[in-house]
Design a protein around this ligand. Structure first.
Ligand SMILES: C[S@@+](CC[C@H](N)C(=O)[O-])C[C@H]1O[C@@H](n2cnc3c(N)ncnc32)[C@H](O)[C@@H]1O
Length: 300
């Protein structure tokens, strides 16, 4: 069994019980490929890997450091485990009130590794990425406009930085998976009538003042949601089975039917999820989420 090797804002672990009901594999016997173009922490990917044997799998994300980490875990699990174990040993041995310096030092090293040339650069970047995720405030990932990770240290006594068993198991599961850094559109050539595509884009902003979380330096706003709806339409013509989760804009304005309008004609279902509801205060709460699909969610 495998689980996400990082926490990720918008991670779907809380929603798995709802989503699982709608996986099409057992209902359509021609579906044996899987694509997840906004993979993030991979809650759904790992859930599917735990339950189904599929022939071909494709994952991508626009966050290059995240994708580098997936690739390093796939290709060099033992090397990353060695570095993570050392980081964990160091960190645990430092008194709580003295950890800020160590954390900032790793964060600087991480940000200074901008152009990755040597094999070791990719490895270090991936290890620091996991270290920062496990020790920063709430496991947030946020970059400024220069692309520098700028989340402050979190408050954990003994954070598990090196999950050795899980990394080894994840590595085994990732062996035959195509792992791509880039825009979701790149999955187009992989997708055909035998594919299940799960799309979990950055959310429609909950309010005009709350920005979406900056997973990358590029903002995913309303224009991007429109481009994605066109892509959904394009994928629909391939015969693939498509499932998308997105925040319900009605959370902030009961009259906002933006998603209902742009996905008119597709199956839309309301579910609720626990997640951060405000990127400035990190408040968490139950919010409405929409599932959108091109197959009937009621008859599955
Ligand atoms: C809501 S999160 C996905 C969370 C994931 N389902 C999980 O369980 O962790 C959205 C992801 O989309 C990625 N992203 C943003 N813009 C993108 C784009 N144009 N193409 C592909 N991925 C993108 C972000 O880096 C982020 O990881």
């Amino acid at each position: 069994m495998v689980h996400p090797f990082i926490k990720w804002v918008g991670g779907k672990t809380q929603l798995l019980n709802d989503l699982r009901k709608y996986y099409p594999f057992s209902h359509y016997n021609n579906i044996y490929k899987y694509a997840e173009p906004f993979v993030g922490g991979g809650a759904v990917l790992f859930d599917i890997l735990n339950s189904f044997e599929l022939q071909e799998i494709y994952i991508s994300d626009a966050n290059s450091d995240l994708i580098n980490t997936y690739q390093i875990i796939r290709d060099r699990p033992n090397d990353i485990i060695t570095i993570l174990q050392n980081l964990q040993d160091d960190y645990w041995n430092i008194a709580l009130d003295k950890r800020g310096y160590y954390y900032s030092n790793i964060r600087d090293q991480y940000n200074n590794l901008r152009i990755l040339n040597k094999d070791n650069d990719f490895l270090k970047k991936a290890a620091f990425f996991i270290f920062l995720n496990k020790t920063c405030f709430n496991g947030l990932y946020r970059v400024n406009k220069h692309g520098d990770f700028n989340v402050a240290i979190g408050n954990y006594d003994f954070p598990i930085i090196c999950e050795k068993e899980n990394i080894l198991n994840v590595s085994t599961k990732l062996q035959k998976i195509e792992i791509v850094n880039g825009d979701y559109y790149s999955c187009r050539s992989f997708v055909d009538e035998n594919t299940f595509v799960y799309l979990d884009p950055p959310y429609v902003p909950l309010s005009s003042i709350s920005n979406t979380i900056s997973y990358t330096t590029k903002h995913f706003g309303y224009q991007e949601q429109l481009r994605l709806a066109d892509f959904f339409m394009e994928l629909n013509f391939t015969g693939a089975k498509l499932l998308m989760s997105n925040s319900n804009p009605k959370n902030s304005n009961e009259y906002n039917d933006f998603l209902e309008v742009i996905y008119d004609g597709f199956d839309i279902k309301n579910v609720t999820a626990t997640r951060s509801i405000n990127s400035n205060t990190y408040r968490r709460g139950r919010v409405g989420e929409l599932l959108i699909s091109n197959y009937s969610l009621d008859n599955i």
